[in-house]
Write a protein that binds this ligand. Structure first.
Ligand code: ZN
Length: 136
């Protein structure tokens, strides 16, 4: 196999069976553990599979690749809710008093301010987690 970029013959295939032990960190920072996500040129399912050029570093295949980045899961949302509360609470010992009576919309505002890159559905999830925590 010749490298698609530099035409070198030194292309190495790496195939690793990791089954459900794969850890992927997406561009948006979300980490997902489990099977290898189906990503062209990278692998999928049980296998990580790449063909890499040892001369120029090019990973072979058709680029760019479009993927869907995962949103928050419930646990991520709860962890982020803790961060939001810690960030805005003036006193962690007595933080609930400060936030008493806050509505979901109030929390959404704080969450958006905390992380302006967050997708709308993620804002809703984190705000809901904040509301539950504050009313618990
Ligand atoms: Zn190359």
């Amino acid at each position: 196999m010749k490298c698609q970029k530099c035409k070198s013959e030194k292309v190495m295939r790496v195939k690793g069976k990791c089954s459900d032990l794969c850890i992927v960190t997406y561009p948006n920072g979300r980490e997902k553990r489990g099977y290898v996500p189906e990503i062209p040129n990278v692998g999928g399912g049980d296998y990580v599979k790449i063909d890499v050029c040892l001369d120029c570093g090019q990973i072979q295949g058709k680029w760019p690749v479009e993927i869907e980045e995962p949103g928050l899961n419930e646990e991520d949302a709860r962890e982020m809710a803790d961060e939001v509360i810690e960030h805005y609470a003036e006193d962690m010992r007595d933080w609930k008093k400060q936030f008493v009576g806050r509505t979901l919309d109030d929390w959404k505002g704080l969450v958006k301010e905390f992380d302006s890159d967050l997708a709308e559905e993620d804002v809703e999830m984190v705000a809901t987690a904040c509301l539950h925590k504050a009313n618990a």
